[in-house]
Design a protein around this ligand. Structure first.
Ligand SMILES: NC(=O)c1ccc[n+]([C@@H]2O[C@H](COP(=O)([O-])OP(=O)(O)OC[C@H]3O[C@@H](n4cnc5c(N)ncnc54)[C@H](OP(=O)(O)O)[C@@H]3O)[C@@H](O)[C@H]2O)c1
Length: 315
């Protein structure tokens, strides 16, 4: 397939571009920066320069291009979000960015569209011990400060799943990514910039970047239009468990442990994710319908594999 990939220059893109090409697909990445375009071209991909939020620039950039599929992997987050306002630009990419990319998909003649979504859409709270399937309520507002995040996730899914008869749209509800940005996380931890909460906290669904990429290739090839897939591994973990394992495997100082209330004062959104959410998410549908299995069943295996490769994170 000819794939137009928005987000090709990102952390997930670093894994996804080579996996797509290894599976025989032709990749054209969308990026705002000439340097990123140059890097993409060096991998054998093509690149177009555009800001996805600028609809006319995007449509001009893809003029004359033909593609079978468009994949939306955009976020404006360059570091872990601390406050609720940090999410606004990414919400915009999920709402307006999705709309513009769907217009681009129509222009390039793509009959497939994949969009990123994530587990957070199930809610920022304790969702109990049973694994959530894709049929669980998603993007339901609660009157809290997280409502715009829920609305944006719902928006990208609704736009893509309902794109119309000419575009078969699929949404991937990824777990929390880990692995591809381990050196950034370890660096923040050693500067005491990434605390973990004291006391008990809930489990979060995870997925290694490498597995998120393989699931995306599987969804492109075998996913159904109008269908949503949870893309998570088999081992949910608390934020503290994940950070402590990163510290252990990268041999960086153990994370700073602070009372949840203190983290909440400095980083209310991050604290909500670290302490209030408790959920398990089922990957059964992706296993059966996409024939996808996570290579790393849990973060311990994923992080160990990272460290086993040259330089510690060259996986
Ligand atoms: N991190 C997680 O735990 C997690 C979990 C679930 C889902 N996700 C989703 O998975 C996707 C991939 O995440 P990632 O970690 O690979 O993100 P990332 O490393 O931060 O990459 C973000 C990408 O978005 C592009 N981008 C941002 N704004 C843009 C704009 N206005 N126009 C064009 N391109 C723009 C960047 O391209 P340039 O800077 O080169 O223009 C870059 O390629 C995102 O949609 C994210 O929300 C992440």
């Amino acid at each position: 397939m000819k794939v137009l990939l928005a987000g090709a220059s990102g952390t997930l893109g670093h894994f996804l571009v080579p996996q797509l090409m290894a599976a025989g697909h032709e990749v054209t990445g969308v990026t705002r920066f000439a340097l990123a375009a140059e890097r993409l071209r060096k991998t054998g991909a093509r690149a177009v320069l555009a800001d996805v939020l600028d609809r006319s620039a995007l449509l001009s950039a893809v003029e004359g291009l033909e593609a079978d599929a468009v994949v939306h992997e955009l976020t404006a987050l360059t570091k872990a979000p601390l406050g609720y306002d940090d999410l606004e630009p990414t919400n915009r990419l999920r709402e307006e960015g999705t709309r513009n990319l769907l217009d681009a998909a129509r222009q390039v003649g793509a009959g497939r569209f994949l969009t990123q979504s994530m587990f957070l859409g199930y809610g920022f709270r304790d969702l109990g011990p049973e694994p959530l399937t894709e049929d669980a309520p998603f993007g339901v507002p609660t009157g809290a400060k997280t409502d715009p995040v829920l609305a944006a996730l719902k928006s990208t899914e609704d736009q893509v799943l309902g794109a119309g008869p000419d575009i078969a749209g699929t949404a991937l509800r990824y777990g929390l990514f880990y692995g591809g940005d381990i050196e950034v996380i370890a660096g923040m931890m050693s500067r005491r910039r990434l605390p973990v909460p004291l006391g008990s906290a809930g489990k979060l669904p995870l997925v290694h970047h490498k597995d998120a990429a393989s699931a995306t290739v599987a969804a492109l090839e075998r996913g159904a239009g109008g269908r949503v897939y949870n893309i998570v591994d088999d081992t949910p973990a608390t934020w503290r468990e994940l950070m402590e394992e990163i510290s252990r495997t990268t041999r960086t100082p153990r994370p700073l442990v602070l009372p949840a209330g203190l983290i909440r004062l400095a980083a209310p959104y991050a604290a909500q994710v670290m302490t209030r959410i408790n959920m398990r998410v089922s990957n059964e549908r992706a296993r059966t319908e996409l024939d996808w299995t996570p290579h790393f069943p849990g973060y311990r295996q994923g992080l160990a594999a990272n460290m086993a490769t040259a330089g510690g994170h060259g996986i």
